[in-house]
Design a protein around this ligand. Structure first.
Ligand SMILES: [Zn+2]
Length: 146
């Protein structure tokens, strides 16, 4: 049997993705080199690693890292808040701790929404650029005014 980098599970996963209406992209997963797929939801996934991000520059990388950390924090805060609610139900009010966690949550959400909107704007700018260049393809230097 020929050794293949993509195991049968991966091939099956790719087939499943295509069957679900995903599109194979020219970009490859930075981790394993497999082609990436765009789901109908717009999410980009690797058949092995799941959700991945196509990054364009360093600043985007750092925003994505920030986003990941904040999303983790968001989960943690949510679980702490629910713990405090449970405690309150058991007759152990922890209003102060709850307020502190809510404060953290508020800040997390604020920063997250900033990071997300910046990332979305960067993504849109990239998509618009592609769409604009999609018509008559003319390779060569492009003059920029301004
Ligand atoms: Zn991968």
């Amino acid at each position: 049997m020929a050794a293949s980098r993509a195991g049968p599970d991966v091939v099956k996963k790719m087939a499943d993705l295509l069957r679900a209406g995903a599109t194979m992209l020219p970009e490859r997963c930075p981790l394993c080199g497999l082609p990436l797929f765009r789901l109908r939801s717009g999410e980009v996934v690797c058949p092995v690693h799941g959700r991945v991000y196509i990054v364009r520059d360093e600043s985007e990388v750092s925003k994505i890292t920030v986003q990941g950390v904040l999303e983790e924090l968001e989960k943690l805060v949510a679980s702490r808040i629910s713990e405090n609610i449970e405690a309150a139900r058991r007759g152990e009010p922890r209003a102060r701790e709850l307020a502190e966690w809510l404060d953290v949550l508020e800040r997390t959400e604020r920063i997250l929404s900033m990071v997300r909107s910046e990332l979305a704007a960067a993504k849109e700018a990239g998509a618009a650029g592609k769409a604009a260049g999609g018509g008559g393809k003319k390779p060569g230097p492009r003059r920029r005014e301004g």
